[in-house]
Design a protein around this ligand. Structure first.
Ligand code: SF4
Length: 272
């Protein structure tokens, strides 16, 4: 499995037909094999994008065994729990050769949003929650993805209805057709847990407090018995997808309109 990978700087891309064939080949393969395909195909133009959840940690642990200096991207939304900040440092120390990009939202956009809608706007409506996710998380990630040909995610089919049909390898048409690799698509949560335990990989401390999905501090809580793993995200909302918008486009009309007003306001602030 282990091999030295050459750094690649040339763009690597696939069309729908090609990726469909690759997806068929890889869909019954083990996660490590899918990850190895991603690393050997895309070299340094692929990164693990993770919020430090268990699935992302499993992907990272598997990838490091193939490519110790694998690229890792995470977003500091500015509203993460203190435990996550500490955990980022712990993970970096555990995998010392990994190459990290910790992304931040545009300060002027956050300022404009908070000025117009308040610090805790996400409690006002689904649209305003999505607006906050868009400014603080999605936009920084979208910019980072523009420099990549592929990304690894920790998505699993059993997490939420919006993820039930994901493939292990697919074209990400929401992000300029780069390749999205969901190596754990057919795993369940207990398989991820078992992998982390067997391999001594770092585990976010909030799992021990009943959290089953991790995000920003004000928008995430432990789940109740019998609830879906993502039920602790934006728990006050009803009928809205448990998604921030990076893995599926969420269009509400008013949210996009308000986002455009904020971008314009941010530009005015930058020009001052
Ligand atoms: S999870 Fe909450 S605080 Fe974090 S970006 Fe989304 S709405 Fe904002």
């Amino acid at each position: 499995m282990t091999q030295l990978l050459e750094r690649t700087s040339e763009r690597v891309s696939f069309d729908d037909l090609e990726i469909g064939e690759i997806a068929l080949d890889l869909d019954d393969q083990e996660p490590e094999d899918v990850i190895e395909w991603g690393l050997s195909t895309f070299g340094d133009r692929i990164a693990i994008v993770t919020a430090l959840q268990a699935d992302g940690m499993a992907i990272l642990d598997m990838a490091v065994k193939i490519k110790p200096d694998v690229r890792v991207i995470t977003v500091d939304t500015g509203r993460l729990p203190q435990e996550t900040y500490q955990f980022i440092d712990e993970v970096r120390a555990h995998y010392p050769r990994t190459q990290w990009d910790v992304l931040f939202p545009e300060a002027t956009e956050v300022e404009a949003m908070v000025q117009r809608r308040g610090v805790n706007l996400f409690r006002n409506s689904v649209e305003e929650r999505m607006l906050c996710c868009q400014i603080r998380k999605v936009r920084p990630l979208v910019k980072a993805l523009q420099g990549l040909d592929a990304w690894f995610t920790g998505l699993r089919r059993d997490q939420w209805a919006s993820r039930a049909a994901i493939k292990k390898v697919e074209l990400d048409h929401d992000h300029e057709g780069i390749v999205k690799i969901n190596a754990l698509a057919d795993w369940e949560g207990d398989e991820v847990e078992a992998y982390l335990k067997e391999n001594g990989a770092p585990v976010h401390p909030l799992y021990a407090q009943g959290f089953t999905s991790l995000g920003c501090a004000p928008c995430t809580r432990p789940i109740q018995q019998g609830e879906n793993d993502r039920a602790g995200r934006w728990w006050w909302e009803t009928g809205a997808p448990k998604e921030c918008g990076i893995h599926c486009p969420i269009e509400t009309g008013s949210f996009e309109h308000e986002a455009q007003a904020i971008f314009a306001e941010a530009e005015r602030r930058s020009a001052r």
